[in-house]
Design a protein around this ligand. Structure first.
Ligand code: SAH
Length: 356
């Protein structure tokens, strides 16, 4: 039995059932035993694999797209490249290698890494040692207090932020889904006494037990990013798996060693993620004052950015082909993964994107 599990049990015994968001936060970020605090979860030997860990071309294409966007908009002075949830630092390293080819950008570029796991920060510091640009770390986007133009990238960051769940208990009333304890002391889901303060559109027609998810944490971050981009110029590119139309149903999932696990089992041992609610992120970016562009599929964007030509240039081969296929094929990551680009109002649209 894990120590973290015992501590969550005691917390529920003393102060009552906790929200799904609280449970996710404890399981992922507890400073001693949280998932991200205790391990490097990426790669074949880890729990899951991400686009930058699959192929260097992913970061190269993104680095090039940002460099182009910066040139296109008149090379604004002293840009900061910001990455949210940089994992092992692989994506940043691949982007920087590409940007180095542009001395005018390189000489004034600064980097901000938004990472709240000390373990992963240490890995990132190692990956990026000797890069030759000033790099600083912050726990959150708000705390980083970025000044000047900013180019923000996030790959599989928003899916790791806590969500809240609401369950239809009848007569169109949704109550918060909480994590409580059954008589044997095991975790179980239960419904809160308090209802959701609003009725989700179409909610009264759903079956009892239907789940509705909300994403306050992601929305707050995206609103801050939208505000900064509108006021300071730049752009944001968020890659993640998620849906383009808001609906009902549960998307919270636990993954360990590339297989699904039970969300309520072994907190701190499994990665917990949820599908990203892109329509909510779009609205959040607008509230910040910026312009969210049309949501694109990862496969389409990478192809338009020339990922296939880059793979050839690197020598091609069966292995490389398999990696690129994994990133862009519709039955792999190409369709499920989406890209949301946010720019200031009246700025030019980066290659591969269009106004909504
Ligand atoms: N972008 C990387 C890693 C994705 S995993 C890649 O593509 O490989 C999620 C990353 O977000 C991890 O680095 C994790 O530590 C970080 N993270 C998760 N929640 C966070 C939060 N609330 N604040 C800051 N970083 C967070």
């Amino acid at each position: 039995m894990s120590g973290l599990r015992d501590r969550i049990v005691r917390l529920i015994q003393t102060s009552g059932p906790i929200s799904v968001a609280q449970y996710m936060t404890l399981a992922l970020h507890d400073p001693k035993e949280g998932y991200y605090a205790t391990r490097d979860p990426f790669g074949a030997g880890g729990d899951f694999i991400t686009a930058p860990e699959i192929s260097q071309t992913f970061g190269e294409m993104l680095g090039w797209a940002i460099a182009e966007a910066w040139l296109d908009w008149g090379s604004p002075l002293n840009p900061t490249l910001v990455e949210l949830g940089p994992g092992r630092g692989t994506l940043m390293s691949d982007m920087l290698r590409t940007m180095k080819a542009l001395p005018r950008l390189w000489s004034q570029l600064r980097v901000a890494m938004i990472e709240n796991s000390p373990t992963l920060r240490a890995v990132q510091q190692q990956t990026l040692a000797g890069t030759g640009v000033p790099i600083r770390w912050a726990d959150s986007f708000a705390e980083a207090e970025i000044e000047g133009p900013l180019y923000v990238v996030a790959n599989e960051f928003f899916d790791a932020l806590p969500i809240r769940q609401w369950v239809h208990t009848g007569e169109g009333i949704f109550r918060e889904r909480l994590v409580g304890l059954d008589p044997d002391g095991a975790f179980r889901f239960e419904a809160s006494p308090w209802p959701l303060p609003f009725l989700p559109p179409g909610g009264e027609q759903t079956a009892v037990g239907t789940i509705y998810e909300t994403t306050d944490a992601s929305e707050l971050v995206m609103e801050d990013i939208g505000r900064a981009i509108q006021e300071q110029r730049g752009a944001a590119f968020a890659f993640d798996y998620g849906y383009d139309k808001k609906g009902f149903g549960e998307t919270l999932q636990a993954v360990r060693q590339h297989t699904y696990a039970d969300v309520l089992n072994n907190p701190g041992e499994n990665d917990l993620t949820a599908h990203v609610d892109f329509p909510a992120l779009v609205e959040a970016a607008k509230r910040g004052g910026a312009e969210p562009l049309e949501l694109m599929e990862q496969g389409e964007v990478l192809k338009m950015w020339g990922i296939e030509a880059r793979a050839e240039q690197l020598g091609g081969g069966a292995m490389m082909e398999r990696q690129i296929h994994r990133l862009i094929a519709p039955d792999q990551m190409g369709k499920l993964f989406k890209v949301l680009c946010v720019i200031p109002k009246n700025a030019s649209v980066p290659a591969g994107f269009a106004h909504r």
